[in-house]
Design a protein around this ligand. Sequence first.
Ligand code: 5AD
Length: 369
Amino acid sequence: MSEKKREEERRRNQEHGKVTELIDRLQERKMLEREEFIYLIDSLDEASASYLYAKARETSKSVFGNEIYTRGLIEITNFCRNDCYYCGIRRSNRNAVRYRLTKEDILLCAGEGYELGFRTFVLQGGEDPYFTDERICDIVSSLRENWPDCAVTLSVGEKERASYEAYFRAGADRYLLRHETADCGHYESLHPSGMSFQRRIQCLYDLKDIGYQVGAGFMVGSPGQTTEYLAEDLFFLHALQPHMVGIGPFLPHHDTPFGGEAAGSTDRTLHLLAILRLMMPELLLPATTALGTASSDGRERGILAGANVVMPNLSPAEVRRKYMLYDGKVSDGAESAQARAELEKRVRAIGYRLSDSRGDSPLWKGRDR
Ligand code: 5AD
């Protein structure tokens, strides 16, 4: 071995030592300094990533055992008043074929989901003015009446605090609203000027304050994202202390201004899942559809990096292809709620099983407050 090669190997070993030391410290103290997060994220290679994943799995197992929580995802509308540069159902996308489900459609989906074993329904949609507070409350209370042992999660965007309060009173337990990025300048580069970073963050704090189990989250590899911004996301999440964090790779949609941008990295997404698991052991961490789209075994790899939730699609088959947030979005096979048995087989193959519970956050103290 030449002197140069030996030197190179010494340097690699040193770096590996530093990275594993940071991972150990993250597990122990659940937080790192900003510069340390940046160093860790930028230095993870295959060997240190498998060390990180093993710790994340161990942590996840200590809280959730080998149970994976499931949610049935119902995409209620792809009309949206917003115009986010990354999203395929943005207002300006004239090629999107728009649809909205009726209350009856939604209840039928939920009934089917219940039979399949789902005990959480996630109603997700664009910001569609048709779905007034009154309509949302009516749908939520019908779901609660028909399936009192199920949780209802809403994911319908930014609303006034009073609206969030009304949905909560109607029986919604959880709310998902990704913050998308914790850097204000970056947020403004992903959204048109009508959308406000401050308002989005305010929504998340309102939701928490009202008593929801709250999910925040971000895309990995969105255009312009730097490692500094990812560290900012971790600090923001540490401050917010959400119950859930949804992260997936950015995937371009050809009919958006970001159609020509590169997709986010699957590996980097897995790194961040595992880092979040070590930061917040009780966190609900879904292996997202975007992760499953980016790589055919993305869901499994997500679970093996510390994820503990899957959210298969319960939407009616005719509308699934219309809820195209990004190119190639998968909605059949194990992504489909109808294929729960297939999903069960896949998670069993890696040593886990699907839970038949509502899958509330271990940090949640219930609705009475
Ligand atoms: N790639 C990956 N994720 C996307 N989302 C929207 N568009 C894309 C895309 N092109 C995510 C956003 C949003 C969630 C519903 O889907 O983070 O909050």
